[in-house]
Write a protein that binds this ligand. Structure first.
Ligand SMILES: [Fe+2]
Ligand SMILES: [Fe+2]
Length: 165
């Protein structure tokens, strides 16, 4: 009865798993360069996407479906911060568009709980987009100084005995 919802929820699982992997990878690279603010943002967002997988999986199991743990896309290698933020923002926009459409499809199939789940994800993905977009703007505005400041901040923290994440 809810086959369509289960299919859409699994497509969202694939989206979310790809986001978890991509953002974790960006986290490692930014952390390695000492860009603590960006590293922290990617890590925090990856964890939120993991929580999205959990919510989707719970709903799939409630509907007596099978959770398919397949990624939508492999991790795209990218070492330039500007392009990392661009890709992340694009991923969030795509998820937002898809989840809006899928919310309506679930509604048309009389599955309001799945519709609400997709709507709650849309709110989170829009917030993620906004955060990435803000950082991309900062980078554009301040150029390399924006990245240099993050590295300097880390050095200051280390010399002050504070640990970084
Ligand atoms: Fe998500
Ligand atoms: Fe997101």
């Amino acid at each position: 009865m809810y086959e369509k919802s289960i299919e859409l929820l699994n497509k969202a699982v694939a989206d979310e798993l790809s986001a978890v992997h991509q953002y974790m990878y960006f986290h490692f690279l930014c952390d390695d360069q000492g860009y603590d603010l960006l590293a922290g943002l990617f890590k925090k967002t990856a964890i939120e996407e993991m929580m999205h997988v959990e919510k989707l999986a719970e709903r799939i199991l409630f509907l007596k479906g099978d959770v398919i743990m397949k990624v939508k896309d492999e991790v795209k290698p990218q070492k330039e911060v500007e392009k990392m933020l661009g890709l992340a923002a694009k991923m969030e926009q795509e998820s937002t568009q898809e989840y809006n459409i899928w919310a309506n499809e679930c509604s048309a199939n009389n599955d309001s709980a799945s519709k609400q789940l997709f709507e709650s994800l849309v709110a989170d993905e829009e917030r993620h987009f906004d955060q990435y977009d803000t950082e991309a703007d900062n980078l554009k505005k301040f150029g390399d100084r924006y990245l240099a400041l993050q590295s300097i901040e880390r050095s200051k923290n280390i010399s002050a005995g504070k640990t970084t994440e």
